[in-house]
Write a protein that binds this ligand. Structure first.
Ligand SMILES: C[S@@+](CC[C@H](N)C(=O)[O-])C[C@H]1O[C@@H](n2cnc3c(N)ncnc32)[C@H](O)[C@@H]1O
Length: 237
């Protein structure tokens, strides 16, 4: 079991530890994603961003990984291949989109993946187990933060990554003000890993947009009710 003091970032999840581990894991990660046909142009989380999730969760050897927001299943497939010993529970809201069928076809060979449809704000709290790693890429913004907060208050997750925290966004400002141990995927420490995306994106002059993760470490920085109240008030404080 990996222990850490309440209110402090566990050493394993500091941004420098994460960058060092990503360096070490890069060769094996590159090999794993090399078996996945590139699908640039359809959106989804970039490979360099998924490397950070891999490096964050791997030392915890999570039995289960919860994913919220699957779309075409690009991130789901990376999780399935990077964590073959983990159960990947992936929840998608939109069953009707053509993305749903594309993801089902893509993930059919992956016996460690469970594909669910529904609102993850309801499903994830029901499925959360001790030491799960969590990846949220829909819902977005404050809805995603509220979901992360509801999961973290249980003390169960080993790490929660939430996508789409660009600079100056209200959700990022909220984390900057209230979550001192959180860090973001656009930290200069992580920029070197974006070479991976050049390799995976065959388009000439791609207009690549990074959603940018926030990594929320296991312990809440202040009492749940305080953070919840601030979110209820629109995240302005
Ligand atoms: C950006 S896409 C996910 C891309 C995917 N993670 C990837 O990297 O390939 C966001 C997805 O989240 C889904 N979504 C939005 N709100 C949701 C919710 N409350 N529960 C589950 N899925 C949700 C949307 O339907 C959409 O398919």
């Amino acid at each position: 079991m990996i222990l850490h003091m309440p209110g402090t970032a566990p050493a394993l999840l500091s941004k420098t530890a994460l960058a060092d581990r990503a360096d070490t894991l890069l060769p094996e990660y590159r090999e794993i994603i090399g078996s996945i046909p590139p699908e640039a142009g359809f959106g989804g989380i970039w490979e360099s961003e998924m490397l950070l999730f891999y490096a964050a969760a791997k030392p915890y050897a999570p039995k289960q990984i919860l994913e919220s927001g699957r779309a075409r299943g690009k991130s789901t497939l990376i999780l399935a291949l990077c964590f073959p010993e983990s159960r990947i529970v992936s929840v998608e809201y939109d069953r009707q989109s053509e993305n749903a069928a594309a993801a089902e076809a893509k993930l059919k060979p992956c016996s460690n993946v469970e594909l669910l449809y529904g609102d993850s704000r309801q499903v994830l709290p029901e499925r959360l187990q001790a030491s799960d790693a969590v990846l949220i890429d829909g819902p977005k913004d404050f809805r995603a933060l509220k979901l992360a907060l509801d999961l973290l208050r249980t003390g169960k997750p080993c790490a929660v990554f939430v996508h789409d925290f660009p600079p100056n966004s209200p959700q990022r400002k909220f984390v900057d003000r209230n979550w001192p141990n959180a860090f973001f995927g656009d930290d200069p420490l992580f920029q070197r890993f974006q070479n991976l995306d050049n390799e995976r994106d065959p388009r000439p002059n791609p207009q690549r947009r990074y959603g940018i993760f926030v990594c929320l470490t296991p312990r809440l920085p202040s009492p749940y009710w305080q953070l919840r109240m601030k979110l209820l008030l629109g995240g302005r404080s």
